[in-house]
Write a protein that binds this ligand. Structure first.
Ligand SMILES: [Zn+2]
Length: 297
């Protein structure tokens, strides 16, 4: 059985064929201008799928909030206007005559890690992705816990500093205003405008440049504050952290050390793990929507 896995983002559409054992058989990435809107995106998507052969199901990971039962986009922001309401599963099943499953990209990435990545030995864990904001997912018994409206796991908006920095959600003091990659870079750029990406910041950090060391230490502390609360709420065996910035192994170790110093001793067994699938996690997660019932748990 081969799954056609698709990952729809605001700026790119990734397509891969993935075997039942989790082998990536083929991979292509296409540019996508999400700002042209949902209908144009669907046209582009169908053009891409039309060129694909030999698959028995389609799994889709997409930006936006998804009702995964009906495979409908229930909310998408202005990165893809007029995408809200798109009945993605219905459209693709009618056109391609194969089973289609659709999931939100953050949840799909967590499922990808569950079945093919850092979470392979865990049925329960918490996933966090650090980037422009902070995305999160709760995996319980190998499924995504969704909450009442399907939006559980918005860890980026945990209140960590009452009356603190404004957040793009309209509130203030949210976790992502302090612990996202954007938050780190914002402070680094105040020191020097040339510190505009994580790589440059960590180069100066490793070299012992004091103003940056202070900023990075503060940031690691902020990252650990959010994780500490999650450890105390869920008592999970593992927390998987991803996003480009977490690809630095020693950073993950430092965060783990900081978290260990902040949690109660009865929670100390928790492991802080580096996400393993990078920017292909959503693609593997999309495939797992069909594989999860088949794979031995
Ligand atoms: Zn917020």
């Amino acid at each position: 059985m081969t799954i056609l896995a698709i990952d729809i983002g605001g700026t790119a559409i990734k397509v891969g064929k993935i075997s039942i054992s989790g082998k990536l058989i083929s991979f292509q990435e296409y540019e996508n201008d999400g700002t042209k809107g949902g209908p144009v995106l669907i046209e582009r998507l169908c053009e891409i799928i039309d060129g694909q052969k030999e698959y028995s199901a389609i799994g889709v990971s997409t930006a936006g909030q998804v009702d995964s039962k009906s495979g409908t986009i229930i909310f998408a922001n202005d990165n893809i206007p007029n995408y809200t309401g798109t009945q993605l599963k219905k459209i693709l099943e009618e056109r391609y005559k194969v089973p289609v499953a659709v999931e939100n990209d953050v949840n799909a990435a967590a499922l990808g890690e569950r079945y093919f990545g850092a979470g392979r030995s865990y049925q329960n864990f918490i996933c966090l992705t650090y980037g422009t904001g902070i995305g999160g997912a709760i995996i319980i018994n190998s499924n995504v816990y969704k909450g009442l409206n399907g939006v559980a796991g918005e860890f980026g908006h945990i209140l960590v500093h009452p009356n603190g920095l404004p957040c793009k959600c309209g509130k203030a003091g949210c976790y992502e205003s302090y612990a996202s990659t954007t938050a780190l870079l914002k402070r680094a750029k105040e020191v020097d405008m040339s510190f505009y990406n994580g790589k440059i910041v960590f180069q100066h950090y490793e070299e012992g440049y004091l103003p940056i060391q202070e900023i990075v230490h503060d940031w690691i502390n902020e990252v650990a504050i959010g994780i500490t609360s999650l450890v105390h709420i869920f008592n999970p065996p593992a927390i998987i952290i991803g996003g480009g910035i977490m690809e630095q192994r020693n950073l993950v170790d430092k965060i783990e050390k900081q978290v260990q110093s902040m949690i109660m001793s009865s929670f100390a067994e928790v492991k802080i793990l580096q996400a393993a699938l990078g920017n292909k996690a959503g693609l593997f997660g999309a495939a797992s929507l069909h594989l999860s019932n088949i794979i031995t748990q």
